[in-house]
Design a protein around this ligand. Structure first.
Ligand code: FE2
Ligand code: FE2
Length: 177
């Protein structure tokens, strides 16, 4: 199995959440109402799973190792774009959290910002994922030997193994703060 297979499996779960975000945009606009619990859970998914766990393995392991290889100009460009897109996604989530907070404090105008940011995230991820799945992950495996691929696969598992501990240590620290 290619080491990037787990990343592609993760894409499928991210896509499911993203489709649900599109439904939520319609609901918010139709009802002129925000479900703060939904937003909180969706934000947690995006921050912990899509960003820390998934983008984390892409950036901290795959892209790090690729940066040491003599990449074609095309692959180097795509990797730069993907990294920039991760930064954009973080910005959208941050803005979504801020809008949700404003809404909770009684600012009704934040409702449309929430809907708009959810719509932006729903539009962003499918394009980003398609770029990785179709044009990048599989072809760039050719830069790695079988041994390097096996080491990457093992490092992905170790990254995931540590994450649950990191996540809940942070939860406790936040609750105690
Ligand atoms: Fe990515
Ligand atoms: Fe990805």
């Amino acid at each position: 199995m290619l080491p990037v297979a787990p990343l592609m499996i993760e894409h499928r779960l991210i896509e499911r959440l993203i489709r649900r975000l599109g439904v939520e945009v319609e609901r918010i606009r139709a009802r002129q109402e925000v479900d703060p619990v939904f937003i909180e859970r969706a934000v947690d998914f995006i921050r912990t799973y899509a960003d820390r766990c998934h983008h984390g393995k892409e950036e901290d392991i795959l892209f790090r190792d690729l940066a040491r290889k003599p990449l074609s100009p095309e692959h180097a460009r795509i990797m730069r774009e993907l990294t920039e897109e991760h930064v954009q996604a973080r910005g959208m989530v941050r803005a979504l959290m801020e809008a949700t907070q404003r809404h909770a404090q009684g600012d009704r105008s934040a409702l449309e910002s929430i809907a708009e940011l959810l719509a932006q995230l729903a539009a962003f991820y499918p394009v980003h994922i398609k770029k990785e799945d179709r044009g990048f992950f599989v072809p760039v495996m050719a830069y790695f030997t079988k041994e390097e691929q096996a080491a990457m696969f093992a490092e992905f598992w170790e990254f995931d193994r540590q994450l649950i501990h990191e996540k809940y240590k942070q939860v406790v620290e936040e609750l105690l703060a």
